[in-house]
Design a protein around this ligand. Structure first.
Ligand code: SF4
Length: 385
């Protein structure tokens, strides 16, 4: 498959060139599937190629976004089999935040040097639950999305944080997760999750591309998909990026089992599967930012640096990971030490990556003003911590 690795810089550079220019190196579906199925003996070759590609196009640094997590509502009309976040009205922990609560979290994050307010919420709960319709009416909004929009504006107006909304089908961030619609069959991960239809999500990502919205998406591995599905999902993202040039980041996320979820008995993907998926993502999209969450690969998360990531995603000094609450984010200092031990500098970035900032900053308005105040000369966070 790919040449044997050596430690010489020129050899590593050659891998990166192969990844970029030679179609037989993870440029076709078959080649990508073969790479994702590589044996343990071949894995070091794959990782060397991926890391070389990362160094060619994203040299020297690995980024993270210092954020607060704002779970605007955990009511959701979908029932994904792996989700621990969602609630029905009346269930313990069911909650919709008030504007005052949103602002309090954002201000606390501001005091801790955060630059991102990541809004996460369930999908269109008002379509299923009269309780949510009543709550929205009390708050003065027609839909959850209208409420979200107002809360993004509130945070932008009242704090220095940059809002990054993540509300399902209309968003700056939407995990494609998988292109396999079979996972919507009864008993599968997306049974009773109408918003997870791959065609709808592909359409949303394409719409964002037409509007030139810098977009975060990604792949979820271990939810019942095949290796071919993983490759197809990455290829679908690559195709969208080739058409619109708007994919700022591809997240490769691994399913983690929890006793409370419908998929509690589903085996988790192995660390090796995760490394292969990340490396193939890097080789298929050598110039795109590739992220993997560190807390979901603890205690071995620094291995992900060997597979070609250039970003750790959002890490919060304040709020827990509400999606995987049993897996706390590492402390930023620990993240820095382990990143540096692999030879990279850890830098704080903004919710939009440097290459997407000029277009955002060119549009007059409050967002542009906030970006000008937050950005440094390299397009990263000025108040790097
Ligand atoms: S993963 Fe998202 S869409 Fe699915 S049930 Fe959880 S909150 Fe709802």
């Amino acid at each position: 498959m790919i040449p044997s690795p050596t430690n010489s810089v020129t050899e590593l550079e050659r891998y990166a060139e192969l990844a970029e220019w030679q179609p037989e190196i993870a440029r076709s579906r078959d080649a990508a599937v073969r790479l994702m199925r590589c044996s343990d003996g071949e894995l070091p070759d794959l990782l060397a190629a991926a890391r070389a590609a990362k160094e060619r196009f994203k040299p020297g640094i690995v980024t993270y976004s210092r954020k607060v997590f704002i779970p605007l509502t955990n009511l959701c009309r979908d029932y994904c089999g792996y989700c621990i976040f969602r609630r029905d009205p009346g269930q313990p922990g069911a909650r919709t935040m008030t504007p005052e609560e949103v602002l309090a979290v954002a201000r606390a994050g501001e005091a801790l040097g955060c630059t991102e307010a990541l809004f996460s919420l369930g999908d269109k709960p008002e379509l299923l639950f009269p309780e949510m319709r009543a709550a929205l009416e009390r708050l003065g909004y027609k839909s959850t999305l209208h409420y979200l929009e107002a809360m993004c504006e509130l945070v932008l107006r009242e704090t220095i944080l940059l809002p990054h909304p993540n509300p399902g089908l209309i968003s700056m961030g939407l995990m494609l997760e998988t292109t396999n619609a079979e996972l919507m069959r009864p008993g599968a991960a997306h049974d009773n999750a109408p918003d997870k239809a791959p065609s709808k999500r592909l359409r949303t990502i394409a719409e964002a591309g037409k509007q030139k919205v810098p977009f975060t998406t990604g792949l979820l591995i271990g939810i019942g998909e095949t290796v071919e599905d993983r490759v197809d999902t990455l290829l679908a993202i690559r195709d969208l990026h080739r058409r619109y040039g708007h994919i700022q980041e591809v997240i490769v996320q691994n399913f983690r089992a929890k006793p409370e979820i419908a998929m509690a008995e589903q085996p988790e993907p192995s660390h090796g599967e995760m490394l292969r998926a990340v490396a193939v993502a890097r080789l298929l999209m050598p110039k795109v930012n590739i992220q993997a969450p560190p807390n979901l690969s603890e205690p071995y998360y620094d291995d992900l640096l060997d597979s070609g990531i250039n970003d750790w995603g959002g890490v919060s000094p304040l709020t827990p990971d509400y999606i995987n609450p049993e897996k706390p984010w590492p402390h930023v200092e620990q993240l820095r030490r382990r990143t540096e031990a692999k030879g990279f500098e850890l830098r704080q970035r903004l919710p939009a990556y440097p290459e997407f900032l000029p277009a955002l900053m060119a549009k007059p308005g409050l967002l542009s003003e906030r970006l000008h105040a937050a950005v440094d000369q390299q397009g990263l966070a000025r108040r790097a911590a």
